[in-house]
Write a protein that binds this ligand. Structure first.
Ligand SMILES: Nc1ncnc2c1ncn2[C@@H]1O[C@H](COP(=O)(O)OP(=O)(O)O)[C@@H](O)[C@H]1O
Ligand SMILES: [Mg+2]
Length: 205
């Protein structure tokens, strides 16, 4: 069993989008996936409730009231969708429990400022576990000025950008149907699937 925490203190950064699509990817690979929704808003669980029963299944539960992390051992992958403002001893406990932390980050000055302390603190807490934290640059084209700004910002932290996901309504549309870009018909999302490859490789390491 491997566990991934998707976290960023800012709302709207793309945590639930990453968590649901990652779950969809592993489900389509025939893996047993549990999506643990730590957010009181329960967006991930709402997505699951919409999910087409004909699609590969994702199990899920609300973990927002648990004070410490406990993982469902029967799963191959556990994906945790953190709430905005996830911090303190609870965050520390989850950081100790998971294999990898994925931080979606939109290259705006507001998002970067809101994420700075968080990156400093998780980097400190995961000291000695190099390569466990990865950034997903959200809603950005790597050839733009915004991407350059994000790279410059991240240089201070020594945390890699694992991949860039473009800004597309595809994520909005699949979410509304309880689907992911990994569910059929995949051809429709070919360009997006290519962008996920580096993240999937990094998680498998
Ligand atoms: N790459 C993207 N392109 C377009 N819209 C996106 C993208 N990623 C996320 N969104 C949309 O942005 C909104 C916020 O994303 P969400 O995953 O809910 O953020 P969080 O869970 O961090 O609050 C959602 O409506 C989602 O569909
Ligand atoms: Mg969310």
């Amino acid at each position: 069993m491997r566990a991934v925490l998707v976290a960023n203190p800012k709302g709207g950064a793309g945590k639930t989008t990453l968590a649901t699509n990652l779950s969809g990817h592993f489900a389509n690979q025939g893996k047993r996936v549990t999506l643990c929704d730590l957010d009181r808003q329960q967006s991930a669980l709402r997505w699951m409730a919409f999910r087409d029963p004909a699609m590969p299944p994702v199990a899920g539960y609300f973990g927002g009231n648990q004070l410490t992390a406990s993982l469902p051992r029967e799963s191959d992958w556990v994906i945790m969708d953190a709430p905005a403002g996830f911090q303190g001893y609870k965050l520390s406990d989850y950081l100790r429990t998971v294999d990898k932390v994925v931080v979606p980050l939109v290259p705006s000055v507001f998002d970067m400022a809101a994420t700075e302390d968080f990156l400093n603190s998780i980097r400190g807490e995961m000291r000695g576990r190099r390569g466990c934290i990865g950034i997903v640059a959200m809603r950005v084209d790597p050839r733009t000025k915004a991407a350059g700004m994000l790279e410059e910002f991240l240089r201070h932290f020594d945390i890699p950008i694992v991949t860039y996901l473009r800004n597309t309504q595809n994520y909005v549309n699949v979410a509304a149907a309880g689907l992911t870009v990994f569910d059929p018909p995949r051809a429709r999302h070919r360009r997006d699937l290519e962008q996920w490859e580096p993240l999937l490789d990094w998680l498998a390491r």
